[in-house]
Design a protein around this ligand. Structure first.
Ligand code: GLC
Length: 647
């Protein structure tokens, strides 16, 4: 395996080696370890076998896993057993996720239990608390520059608060998800500080270079992630007299995953946090974890070996826990994150479907679903084994217009670069007739590409519609927002509700007043929860917020009633030939469900036949019979229908 190494990057004599344990094994752990070993040995041998003794490494992985298993609290061990018996628990149609910054949602982690009634009312079973581990002081990339993985950001609370909140949530059927940044640490992390002080053991945790020759060679094929705010992927530190790999911001140092000490240290961190009650780890920026000269250093095959090793070792010590990969990449590169080929059923159980998100916005702007149908039909399997997507329309990050030349070329008159440009213009609001109010983010002078910021509601037209006071425009914006929620609730996987989107919260420009946040435009769609708005919903039932909130609750409640929406059921994208509609079949053997979405502000008609349906239909979303005229269905502007044969 051609792995570029700096002198410092090859660790031969692990210093922190624990003595291989000889104590009597716990029989349950032993069974789980043997299960894990089957799928652990291969990846570790491929990753580290060239330079390291694999059996000795496996002993050390076992020691970490068993040590943490011994510390695992009884209630979590009970959950482990439950999920050993039902390992597909997270694929249920009952699952609905909510994503929030603890401070912006309710102040501190200790306050989270008070929000449980609100979350339960929305149908939430999974709460992703955005970065809450101790970040570096000052700018921290929204908390993704962590200086201590074992401490909670003191502004949010303590590890005890997290443990208690997790217990309270678990008691109400809500699993806690936490971010774990795998690609980098803050440069203030203890490992980095020791590296900086000259300790070679910790220097080998990072990618450091004595001169700029290799960095320059790498940069020839790397893509800038923050071309505006942090151009380049390497930083020179005069005190160290070294170049350090910094893919994201200067203060985020990339970890050297070619060093098995990094694997062991991160695994131990995961299992430590799992014992505090974290049930889902969002593995941040995983695409970047392995580097090879002459490539973009994204999505390399070794990444999938690392993920398989992490997932399998976690299963040995904390089988209740699952992992979600954050790889915001093109369609071809995304599929392997949910297990392809030899990794099938063995890597992360969830991965973000950023392509669904991109295609939603693309179809909405162009009023044309052909690209969406084409991309989602050709690149993605109908189902994965023991894995599925996290589906979403907006998140805390910008939207990168991941539309490839190859995909665009299959649609007549569509040119990829021009289309990406159109989308950036449409969503920053400058395109004539655009309903959106967003902003450009990170224009790349080299490629001409721009990314986009903005909240779901503002991008979907609610901000402009409210300003215009035109009730039809307000209706359209609300319908777009609800159609997006109906899409992610029915597509297959776990729908993610980003805090505030259930109320149609608009862009928040307040971040510009905060010097720590001002340089990063993504804060415009990371608002503070508007609890007075929530309290006022019953008094203003026709307000946009109340209509959106009611609509989202109804969509999630309908989802939970429909077995066809479980993630195990295949998702077949239908090619109806109708350019305004997107349609998919959830091919349940007993009661299949056909979901149809109108991406335009015009009423549309489609023959039931072209959806493979007869005319005896009900809409399981609205819970009523559907009128069919002369064999045709009618959809109102931006309507979503979940069709099945009427009972
Ligand atoms: C992920 C996060 C993003 C962050 C990046 C670097 O993509 O979602 O907010 O900037 O990782 O950690």
């Amino acid at each position: 395996m051609a792995q570029p190494r700096t002198a410092a990057a090859s660790t031969t004599a692990p210093r922190k080696a624990r003595a291989p344990r000889k104590a009597a094994a716990d029989p349950l752990f032993d069974l789980r370890w043997r299960r894990a070993l089957r799928d652990l040995r291969g990846p570790l041998a491929r990753l580290y076998g060239d330079a390291h003794d694999v059996p000795a490494l496996l002993d050390r992985v076992r020691a970490v896993a068993e040590g943490r298993w011994r510390e695992r609290p009884a209630d979590l061990r009970a959950l482990d057993l439950l999920r050993d018996v039902d390992p597909e628990w997270f694929l249920s149609q009952d699952m609905v996720a909510y994503v929030a910054y603890a401070d912006r949602f309710c102040g501190t982690i200790a306050e989270i239990p008070r929000t449980i009634p609100y979350l339960r009312d929305l149908g939430v079973t999974y709460l992703h608390l955005m970065p809450c581990l101790m970040p570096r002081p000052g700018q921290s990339d929204g908390g993704y520059a962590v200086m201590d993985y074992r401490r909670i950001d003191p502004r949010l609370g303590t590890m005890d608060d997290l443990e208690q909140a997790a217990r309270a949530l678990r008691a109400q059927g809500i699993s806690v998800c936490l971010d774990l940044v795998l690609n980098h640490t803050a440069k203030e992390h203890d490992w980095a500080e020791r590296a900086r002080a000259g300790d070679p053991f910790f220097q080998a945790f990072y990618l450091m270079f004595d001169d700029d020759r290799l960095p320059r060679d790498y940069e020839a094929t790397l893509v800038d992630i923050f071309p505006d705010q942090a151009p380049g992927s390497f930083t020179f530190y005069p005190d160290l007299n070294k170049w350090v790999w910094t893919t994201f911001n200067e203060y985020q140092w990339d970890l050297n995953w070619a060093n098995p000490e990094v694997f062991l240290a991160v695994l131990d961190t995961i299992l430590h946090l799992a014992n505090k009650g974290v049930e889902v780890f969002r593995l941040d920026a995983v695409a970047f974890m392995w580097k090879r000269l002459g490539t973009t250093c994204q999505n390399l095959p070794e990444v999938h070996d690392i993920l398989q090793a992490i997932v399998q070792a976690t299963r040995a010590a904390a089988p209740a826990v699952i992992h979600k990969a954050e790889a915001i990449v093109g369609p071809r590169d995304l599929v392997p994150y949910l297990g392809q080929g030899g990794h099938e059923g063995k890597v992360a159980q969830l991965a973000y479907h950023n392509n669904l998100m991109v295609q939603f916005w693309s179809s909405l702007a162009s009023r044309d679903t052909r690209l969406m149908t084409q991309v989602l039909r050709t690149h993605f399997p109908e189902r994965f084994s023991r894995a599925s997507f996290a589906t979403y329309i907006r998140c805390h990050d910008d939207i990168g217009w991941a539309i490839t030349d190859e995909d665009a070329a299959r649609i007549p008159y569509l040119q990829a670069h021009a289309h990406r440009n159109f989308l950036a213009d449409f969503y920053n609001g400058s395109f004539p007739g655009s309903f959106a109010r967003g902003a450009d983010f990170q224009s790349n002078a080299l490629t001409g590409d721009r990314r986009t910021n903005g909240s779901f509601a503002s991008l979907a037209g609610l901000e402009a519609a409210i300003e215009s006071g035109d009730p039809t425009l307000i209706d359209h914006a609300i319908a777009r927002i609800l159609m997006g929620h109906a899409l992610i609730a029915s597509f297959g996987g776990i729908p993610l509700l980003y805090m505030g989107d259930e109320l149609g919260m608009l862009n928040d420009h307040g971040y510009r007043q905060d010097p720590e946040l001002a340089p990063d435009g993504r804060w415009m769609h990371r608002p503070r929860m508007d609890w007075p708005l929530v309290a006022g919903l019953p008094d203003r039932p026709r307000s946009p917020a109340a209509r959106i909130h009611d609509g989202v609750r109804a969509i999630m409640a309908a989802r939970k009633r429909l077995e066809a929406l479980a993630a195990q059921v295949p998702t077949r994208i239908l090619d109806t030939g109708h350019p305004a509609l997107f349609a998919l079949l959830r091919a349940d053997a007993i009661r299949p469900l056909t979901c149809v979405f109108n991406f335009t502000e015009h009423p549309q008609r489609i023959a039931c036949r072209s959806l493979g349906l007869d005319d005896h239909l009900e809409d399981a979303l609205a819970g009523r019979r559907v009128g069919v005229e002369e064999g045709e269905l009618r959809l109102s502007p931006y309507q979503a229908l979940w069709l099945r044969r009427a009972a």
